[in-house]
Design a protein. Structure first.
Length: 557
């Protein structure tokens, strides 16, 4: 068992550069800002930084619309800054994973500029062009960012496909030239010494041929294109080709962001012998608090659903593939506000959620600010929101007859800007993020929730994360132990054990603001023989009572 890959015992920290640290006072986070905070990350103990896109981009979708894959966004700095950052990371023993966004480019990318210029341009087939059906869009598919997934282009009187914004045209992976261009660009970054890729919506790169219409639910404006774009017919072939041509030649880690990936698919994507990617980001546990019709339709979380879902992933991939573990990223609301309690139990809840996730099998990801328990934000004025997904959805829902208050409620609970307010460094103006005017407003709770406070308090969420990260490196059972759910039917307690040889971890987490009780004498007897490895509230003796949001981990040999 001593042969773990480095990414199996590592903890990843995600930086969203626009919101992490502003080094030059223009209100926008940048590479020099990141460099200035590397000691903080080293103190936390993480091993890998996943950096959201820093490439040249017109920022229609904050860098997920790339104009030049081999240049740095001017607002973030220069290639020289990047090289210094990479060197400074490596000096501290930290690795760097880049965001690889190759399902689409910006419409300002040179390939698209060429492609749209004429039907016989050599770049024409780099993207999906279609004359349309009966004077309308080729399919009825909606885009993830509202509106149709097709945009009509006057110049050549054809439509192009964009699953996201109309400034993010989809690359045509059927073209071998496109694939070779992407591989070449990947080698450019790997040859610089980066340590892997997080692959943006990578299971969307193979589309079902023939452009069929999607099913349309009553009351919906568009049909559902996902059966024809997720996990398409050539996806495994493309990933295996990419692996052969690029990934296999380097000692790197890869994680594919894959909405709609089931556990069966995830095994296919991550089984080492298939040589595709190391792990995937599932969306299933992030969809449990949505009603039919998508993320904006709110539904309270049922803890049993969460237990069943995470248990399914833990069990299915054990010894077959590899899991990634996450609660948060730049697209998701803050977990302590979402599945915890961001008021009277914020600190306990944040530690409980961290414990519940980090004691599982897989590679854990921490999103900037999660380690200090940053919370969701509620801007009353729509003009304070920046995210294209949120703003487009607002307009579309208003036109469909939704009322302002209901739309704002969805934004408060699910909007991506919850994750994108500036990192809270201290209690000075703008949370120490910038000396200028921040590009998006700071969460008003920064005076209470910030890194400076966390570092000064030995009982902070920060140090709890630090301990979890360290334990993963010390204890093989966390990396390899078998997972077993306990007390599946308890509505408020998430309990499980990990087993490796004669070692055992017992993890008990109260997901509610009421005291809870487990009825299990056998478990209690085991707890009495075990030591407390980690807790978020002081324990005096082994007991089956859990206080609000209490989490405790026992270790027994
Ligand atoms: O839920 C979704 C589809 O089922 C969408 O939320 C989508 O999968 C998700 O937003 C994809 O995210 C990634 O690609 C986007 C970018 O805006 C996100 O920030 C990125 O994480 C387009 O590049
Ligand atoms: Ca700046």
């Amino acid at each position: 068992k001593g042969d773990a890959k480095w990414w199996q015992t590592a903890t990843v920290y995600q930086i969203y550069p626009r919101s992490f640290m502003d080094g030059n006072g223009d209100g926008i986070g940048d590479l020099q800002g990141i460099i200035s905070r590397l000691d903080y990350l080293q103190e936390l103990g993480v091993d890998v930084i996943w950096l959201s896109p820093v490439y040249d981009s017109p920022n229609d979708d904050n860098g997920y619309d790339i104009r030049d894959y081999e240049a740095i966004m001017e607002e973030f700095g220069t290639m020289a800054d990047f090289d210094v950052m990479l060197e400074e990371l490596h000096k501290r023993g930290l690795k760097l994973v880049m965001d690889l966004v190759v399902n689409h480019t910006s419409d300002e990318h040179e390939w698209f500029v060429q492609s749209r210029s004429s039907k016989d341009n050599p770049y024409r087939d780099y993207y999906y062009w279609h004359p349309g059906k009966d004077g309308k869009e080729p399919t009825n598919w909606g885009s993830f960012f509202s509106g149709s997934a097709w945009e009509y282009d006057e110049k050549t009187a054809e439509y192009f496909l964009h699953l996201f914004s109309k400034k993010q045209p989809d690359l045509n992976w059927e073209s071998p030239k496109v694939r070779q261009e992407v591989y070449k660009m990947m080698r450019f970054w790997l040859d610089k010494g980066v340590d892997g890729f997080r692959m943006d919506v990578i299971n969307m790169i193979s589309k079902v041929p023939g452009w069929p219409d999607g099913e349309k639910q009553p009351g919906q404006l568009y049909g559902d294109g996902t059966p024809f774009i997720l996990n398409g017919p050539r996806i495994h072939e493309f990933l295996q080709e990419m692996n052969r041509e690029v990934l296999a030649r380097y000692d790197i880690m890869t994680v594919g962001e894959m909405p709609g990936a089931t556990t069966d698919l995830a095994i296919q994507y991550t089984a080492p012998e298939r040589k595709e990617v190391n792990m995937v980001f599932t969306f299933e546990h992030m969809d449990l608090d949505s009603a039919p019709g998508g993320k904006w339709n709110l539904k309270p979380l049922n803890l049993l659903d969460l237990k069943d879902n995470l248990t399914k992933w833990q069990t299915a991939l054990h010894d077959k593939g590899w899991n990634s573990l996450y609660w948060n990223n730049h697209d998701q609301p803050r977990i302590v506000s979402r599945f915890g309690n961001d008021r009277e139990h914020r600190v306990e809840a944040a530690k409980m959620l961290a414990t519940c996730l980090h004691m599982m099998q897989g590679t854990p990801y921490i999103y900037q600010g999660e380690e200090i328990g940053m919370v969701n934000v509620q801007f009353t004025d729509l003009s304070d929101y920046r995210d294209i997904e949120t703003l487009n959805m607002y307009r579309e829902r208003l036109s469909q007859g939704y009322v302002h208050e209901d739309i704002m409620k969805s934004i408060y609970v699910k909007g991506r800007d919850n994750a994108r307010t500036p990192m809270q460094w201290d209690d000075s103006e703008n949370a120490g993020f910038t000396t200028g005017e921040p590009w998006i407003r700071v969460n008003p709770r920064y005076t209470e929730i910030n890194a400076k406070q966390a570092l000064a308090d030995e009982n902070s969420i920060f140090y709890h994360y630090q301990r979890l990260i360290a334990l993963r490196k010390e204890m093989e059972i966390i990396t390899f132990g078998e997972y077993r759910l306990l007390h599946r039917d308890h509505p408020a307690v998430f309990a499980y054990e990990r087993v490796l040889g004669d070692e055992k971890l017992i993890v008990l987490c109260n997901f509610s603001s009421e005291p809870q009780e487990l009825d299990d004498e056998e478990l209690l007897a085991e707890m009495r023989q075990a030591e407390v490895l980690l807790e978020n509230l002081e324990r005096r003796e082994a007991s089956l009572s859990l206080r609000p949001y209490e989490a405790v981990v026992y270790y027994k040999k």
